[in-house]
Design a protein around this ligand. Structure first.
Ligand SMILES: [Zn+2]
Length: 302
């Protein structure tokens, strides 16, 4: 497609759509040396602002990150378009944005190189924290408004968090275990019907277990996921029958060389990750049962 763009004498590449469209547009514009404008029609990931494209196999398994060293020249988001899309997209984007602060916090402690290059900055960490606080405060209100196709200040804030704050936060703050767990989970076919941010939400819960975060933090994240309709267990991402062997495969893939799990302050072995996923799943199911009957919403994914 890059060749076709050059042959056609294109002046610029404009990517209009979701994550795959945007990453394809990046993969075309940069080799062709053309300016790039990104116009997300959904807010399901923090891909729009970044200089990174994620490549999957035909089967839907994570293959590689592709780094272009240059961000899009412009990102244009119309929240009335976002609010017109199915709400599951927005909720998935909340899942992607929810992990940004915790991953940036972990990698800022190890000062490992970020996706943008160089060590994590304080600015990125502060932006990542604002992303988390915004989602916690306005995520549910935004979901309810978008379900009705309405644009409210909460929707504007959450779209900014999903797109801009999370994008800057992850790229200049660093990724950690949550995204590696996501990448590993793509090895299980059952997860393919679930979206990036949905698997990242479970990856985040796993990461918090690994890190021994205080129970209040784990509860805050899991309860928020339940409230807003994000996955909290293996069942919620289509792999309730995953065997220990399946999870070992996920953990091996998540701990592969080059994975961002190696940005974490502790060295994580695949066996530790298997146990963390099992514990995260149990914690998620337990919180769902505890909150049953309270004002929680069913996962949008179901
Ligand atoms: Zn992501």
């Amino acid at each position: 497609m890059a060749e076709a763009a050059s042959d056609a004498g294109a002046d610029a590449i404009v990517g209009i759509g979701g994550g795959k469209t945007m990453d394809t547009a990046k993969s075309v514009a940069h080799p062709a040396g053309l300016p790039l404008v990104i116009v997300p029609t959904i807010a399901s990931t923090d891909a729009p602002t970044s200089a990174v494209a994620v490549v999957y196999t035909e089967e839907g398994e994570f293959h590689e990150y592709r780094f272009f060293g240059r961000n899009p020249d412009a990102v244009i988001v119309d929240t009335s378009v976002i609010a017109g899309a199915p709400v599951r997209f927005l909720v998935a984007g909340i899942g992607d944005g929810l992990s940004t602060y915790f991953e940036a916090d972990a990698s800022s402690r190890t000062r490992k190189e970020t996706m943008a290059g160089g060590a994590p900055t304080q600015a990125a960490l502060a932006i990542a924290r604002l992303c988390y606080d915004t989602l916690l405060e306005h995520g549910l209100a935004a979901r309810l408004a978008v379900e009705q196709g309405a644009v409210t200040p909460a929707v504007e804030k959450v779209v900014e968090a999903n797109t801009l704050l999370s994008g800057l936060g992850f790229e200049s703050g660093g990724l950690g275990a949550a995204h590696s767990v996501h990448n590993g989970l793509t090895a299980l076919e059952g997860t393919h019907d679930y979206w990036h941010g949905e698997k990242v939400a479970f990856g985040l819960i796993t990461m918090l277990v690994l890190e021994e975060r205080p129970a209040e933090v784990l509860e805050e994240v899991v309860d928020f996921c339940l409230k807003v309709g994000l996955p909290v267990s293996l069942e919620d991402i289509g792999v309730e029958n995953a065997s220990r062997e399946d999870l070992e495969g996920v953990a091996e893939a998540a701990c592969a060389e080059g994975e961002t799990i190696h940005n974490m302050p502790i060295e994580i072995q695949p066996a530790m990750l298997v146990d963390a996923m099992i514990a995260a799943d149990a914690f998620g199911r337990e919180r769902r049962a505890a909150l049953e009957g309270e004002a929680s919403l069913p996962a949008v994914a179901n």
